[in-house]
Design a binder for this molecule. Structure first.
Ligand SMILES: *Cc1c(COP(=O)(O)O)cnc(C)c1O
Length: 353
């Protein structure tokens, strides 16, 4: 098949700049430090970070050491960004961290011991209630901070997508207690959602990921943000289905009346989540239309009586088929929808160079 029959992921770097500016405005003076882990949420950490550097970003976060090394390479010697590695230190990783000029985010007392030989500035993550990553709150309060060269102290919120979740203020209180123990360090609590919880949550530095890429901070589309990822695929076949006919595997999808469908060249092998068939929509021929099935290589869209041609592009994610809505249909979050888009989908960048 020609390349044109393939699903495409188009990354719009101008939309990324727009979202960055929206977050800078919302952060109201706090440094905006982009999170580009998992290859920039699957969109390409190199081009993403280069664009954000050009927009003034000087600190970045990744999860893995190898992601930090790749990012340092992509930024090159002339862009001296601070790169924080959320995994912190693992035994023997000190030399690699130092070689690539990466800052480990320390998360356990044993990492703190390893860091003593590291002899470089550190960041410290404290667990204020997610019970996932970070020094236990009590351990952090007991630390002799004067003996540590910690230039950033941070924590992460578990319920920030819901501003009414009282867990947010509990985590905030604990974070303030920790922060008071590290008067020399800058402080960071908010990811995308936290930035929108108001000034109390912003501190010195904020760490947005998903909202840079267009995902709303409350897990619903946010008109202040633009879609950075546009995922499209062409119509391969058109079918007229009689009432009572089944579509795809099993009997779950049976036409209850005569139905016209377009078969589109994208599926879960391109990373387009199979569960999204229940409630997911695609934009084609000027309207959002119901997705009926998502198989490995093909999906079906109910096109009603619209004028649709073979070869026409269908938007599966983008400005119209919105990321947060598809995530909700697929019973997941926008983060997973983006990082799942597979290497089979061809990548294109808008606004590069
Ligand atoms: C992934 C992550 C972020 C970014 O979260 P978003 O919801 O994508 O904004 C920020 N901080 C930490 C510690 C993370 O793990």
């Amino acid at each position: 098949m020609s390349a044109a029959s393939q699903a495409r992921l188009t990354v719009d770097l101008d939309a990324l700049s727009h979202n960055h500016a929206a977050l800078v405005a919302e952060a109201a003076g706090a440094e905006v430090a982009p999170v580009v882990k998992a290859d920039g949420y699957g969109l390409g950490s190199g081009p993403i970070a280069q664009r954000l550097w050009a927009r003034g970003a000087r600190s970045f976060f990744v999860a893995r050491l190898s992601e930090g090394e790749a990012l340092r390479n992509a930024l090159g010697a002339q862009r001296q960004a601070a790169i924080y590695v959320l995994d912190g230190m693992t035994p023997g990783s000190g030399a690699r961290l130092a070689d690539a000029g990466l800052t480990p985010v320390i998360s356990t007392l044993s990492q703190l011991k390893d860091a003593a030989e590291f002899n470089r500035p550190l960041a410290i993550q404290v667990d204020t209630g997610m019970n996932r990553q970070g020094l236990p709150f009590e351990d952090a309060l007991a630390l002799d901070s004067s003996a540590l060269d910690a230039h950033l102290v941070m924590s992460h919120l578990g319920g920030a997508a819901d501003p009414d979740d009282t867990h947010n203020s509990r985590q905030l209180q604990r974070f303030c207690a920790v922060r008071a123990r590290f008067p020399q360090a800058r402080a960071s609590l908010a990811a995308s959602a936290g930035i929108f919880l108001g000034p109390d949550y912003r501190f010195d530095l904020v760490r947005p990921g998903i909202s840079l890429y267009g995902g709303g901070p409350r897990e619903i589309p946010d008109p202040r943000l633009r879609a950075v990822a546009t995922f499209t695929a062409p119509v391969l076949y058109l079918r007229q289905i009689a009432a009572g006919e089944r579509i795809g595997y099993g009997s779950a999808v049976t036409a209850d009346s005569p139905t016209r469908i377009a078969i589109v060249g994208a599926g879960y092998a391109d990373g387009f989540l199979r569960l999204g068939r229940a409630g997911g929509v695609a934009f084609v021929a000027g309207a959002l239309r119901r997705i009926l099935i998502i198989n490995m290589d093909l999906l079906a869209v109910d096109i009603g009586d619209a004028d649709v041609q073979v070869g026409q592009q269908v938007e599966l994610l983008g400005d119209r088929a919105q990321l947060d809505n598809f995530a909700a249909a697929a019973q997941t979050v926008a983060h997973e929808v983006l990082v799942r888009i597979s290497s089979r989908a061809e990548r294109f960048y808008l606004g590069e160079g």
